[in-house]
Each structure stands twice: as structure tokens, then as C-alpha cells.
Write a new protein. Sequence first.
Length: 281
Amino acid sequence: MMPGSKITGFMRSTVKMTGKVGSYMKIQDFCDMNKFEQIMKNWANSTGLATVAVDADGKYISDCYNFTEFCIDLTRGSAEGKKRCEQCDREGHGVYPCHAGLVDFGIPITLEDGTVLGSIIGGQVLPENPDEEKFRQTARELGIDEDKYIKALKKVNVKTKGQIDASANLLGDVINMFVRASYANWKNENLVGELKGGIAKAAEQIEEATDKTKEIDGYSKRQQILALNASIEAARAGDQGKGFAVVATEVQKLARDMATSSEAIKKILGQLSHTINNLNQ
């Protein structure tokens, strides 16, 4: 299996199954790729299977592990072999046999909503001890030197179908759990950042509102002084100032009500400011 064409074929089959591809979301945007790489490496070392991770565009996002000479250099190195491999790439997904007699796999990397971010592809192992004559026949069909083909074949690991299935599923489960957990953590961090930004904006608005209440306090005090002066002048005017005295009284009442409302607003703003300060800690 060669990543370049394998990836494209597998991604096409994945899109048919899910209908969603994360073309704007990249795993590298939110995953710790060092940890991602370590998972891939440990799995490859423990199973002996080939693997590589790719994004939704088919580009490598990990190193290539355990890639075999049999697949990469020889089978795909011939024109006919490449043609047959590409057909397998287009049609194969999950765990499947390749045309040359090995077993490959392709597992989508998805978010909880089914968005496909990429895939893990690999395999390049034998499901049983090989029939050399059968592989010599394949070499002749592909125009590959038979002895070189058999020599490379003997280096390919042999795994039972059960081992291959279990290994592929394990890697898929672990990678998908890691990616989804990383994505959830990334979203939470973004949300916290947005909340902090909102809190900071709210704090600014509260400060502005507090300044406005100070202006109201000043206006209220001036109105009370003016109303008091008006009352004094109305008293001096006697009967002629009675009407003016009524107006002055109403202005005094309005100024007192304004001061009372201002105090209530300041109390509420103080409580909000205290809550915001606690959220910022």
C-alpha cells in the first residue's frame, strides 16, 4: 500500500459512507501531534503492521511505519502493479485483501458528529504462510523479477485474520478517542477564551455604567440645590411665588428619587462587578 493513491481511494469511499469531510478542520489544529505520533509508533512497534495517518486531503500527518519493500518498491514499482493497487485503493475499506495477496486496512478518523478529518491506513502483512508459486505467478504478471519478489516476500510479517482485525480496530479506537478528546478540550479552551473576553467586555461596560451613575449623582445634587434655592425665592415672593414653590417641591422630589435610583443601580453594578471578579480568578 502506497499512501499517495491509497489515501485518495480510501477517502473517496469514506465520503460515500459519511457524506461529511472536515476540509476546513485539521487534526494538527487541536491535537498534540507528538502524542499522536507516539501512539502510532508504539502501535507499529508492538504489532509489526505498516501504518501512516493522513488528513482529509490525503497528506501525511505522521511518519510511515513498517512499510515493506514488497509493496512499495516492487509491487507498486511496476506499471501493472500500480494499476492494480490503485483499484484496491478505490474499492477497499476496513480490513481487506489486496490484489497481491497481502492484507491492508483503512480506518476513518472522525469527530463525534461523523465529520471525517482523515484516516489511518496500513497493513502490508500476510494472513498466512505464503504459497511461493502463487506469488511467482503474480511477479510474472506484473513484470517483476521473481527471485527479488520472493526475497522481499519472506520479509513480510505473517498475522492471522483475527490479529489483523484486532490490531486495526485497536489503533482506530485509540486514535479516534484521542482525537475526539483533544477536539473537545480545544473547543472548551476556545469557549473559556470567549467567556473571558465577554466577561472583560462586561466589566468595561459596568465601569462605564458606574461612571454614568456618578454623573447622575452630581446632577441630582445640583437639582436639589437649585430646588432649595427656588423654594427660598418662592417663600420670599409670598403669594406670587406659590406656583413656583410647587414646581420647586416637585423638582426636589424628582432629585431625591433620582438619587435613590442611582444608589440602587450602583448596588446592582457592585454585585455584578464582584461576580465578574470571582469569574476572572
